[in-house]
Design a protein around this ligand. Structure first.
Ligand code: PDD
Length: 287
């Protein structure tokens, strides 16, 4: 594991020890900002364009003006890898807030956004990808605009913590019995060779990997049905899986202590895992 010393900020590159923020900072005090997590494989970004586009959509949705263009930030993120001589598997975390200003709920005037991005190693979760993971169900107590990748993650944090305390990998979120997504990933159910997932409304984050899963399904002629399913449908599913930049396409084999189908990753999930590895140009770990 390496520590990558160079961080990107709105004023350029800095050493990680040099970057400090005042305590009156909108991200710290209000969660007033947006973020992205982008996968890096072998020192190269996966789905960089898609993530940068979503960053701009999220910023626009909260009326945050970013101090760079799409092309600028793309180039700077690429430079960040080069400056740190990054060649392994990892992630970049990028955050943009409404800046530093005396605390007041309404937007400050004359304040520039604070932006930073840093990279870290993150090996693929080989064991989980091969064997599948367990999950628990939790109430989705988030706000109405979950399509915005905002810094306000308290409900997600509490749901993930509940999962962890239960020895589970993820928390599946439900609103009035309808499954939306997970605390930090999208979720899909396979029944009779169809993939079901919550439509890309304001209620869920439109995952970059989700977009790809839809394409992979299309390429393999597997119907991708954007139709929400209920918690009880989970227990009659043929397969269940989740997706995210850090989890890839991950089989879920147990929910609330009950096995899904035979308790093993299913064939559609395996097919999508293979398509993911091809698309991301990474090693095949599932045979
Ligand atoms: N989470 N849904 C939620 C609530 C998420 O936080 C994420 C990503 C996803 C999947 O999005 P994508 O496929 O673009 O990674 C869905 C990131 C990894 C995180 O917060 O760490």
């Amino acid at each position: 594991m390496s520590v990558y010393p160079i961080i990107l900020s709105q004023t350029g590159f800095a050493h990680r020890d040099e970057l400090t923020y005042p305590f009156e900072e909108r991200g710290l005090q209000f969660g007033d900002g947006v973020y992205e997590v982008i996968r890096i494989y072998g020192g190269k970004y996966y789905l960089l364009t898609e993530h940068v586009e979503r960053l701009f959509r999220s910023a626009e949705a909260i009326k945050l003006s970013l101090p760079f263009s799409n092309q600028d930030i793309t180039k700077r993120l690429l430079d960040l890898l080069e400056q740190n001589e990054m060649v392994s598997d990892g992630i970049v975390y990028l955050q943009a807030t409404r800046g530093s200003a005396p605390r007041n709920h309404a937007f400050p005037t004359d304040t520039q956004a604070n932006v930073y991005a840093y990279i870290r190693d993150m090996p693929r979760k080989t064991n989980n990808l091969i064997n599948g993971v367990s999950a628990i169900t939790q109430r989705d107590t988030r706000w109405e605009n979950c399509y915005i990748k905002s810094l306000n993650l308290l409900p997600n944090v509490l749901a993930k913590q509940a999962a962890q305390e239960n020895g589970s990998y993820e928390a599946i979120l439900e609103r009035d019995g309808i499954v939306t997504e997970c605390s930090s990933s999208n979720i899909y159910l396979v029944k009779n060779d169809n993939i079901y997932t919550h439509p890309a409304t304001k209620t869920i984050l439109h995952g970059c990997v989700r977009m790809r899963v839809e394409q992979f399904a299309g390429n393999d002629n597997i119907p991708f049905v954007e139709e929400a399913f209920a918690v009880e449908d989970i227990f009659a599913a043929d397969e269940l899986f989740l997706s995210s930049s850090t989890s890839e396409v991950m089989p879920i084999v147990e929910v609330d202590g009950k096995m899904i189908a035979d308790g093993k990753p299913g064939k559609v999930t395996r097919q999508l895992q293979e398509a993911y590895e091809k698309d991301a140009n990474i090693n095949k770990i599932v045979t």
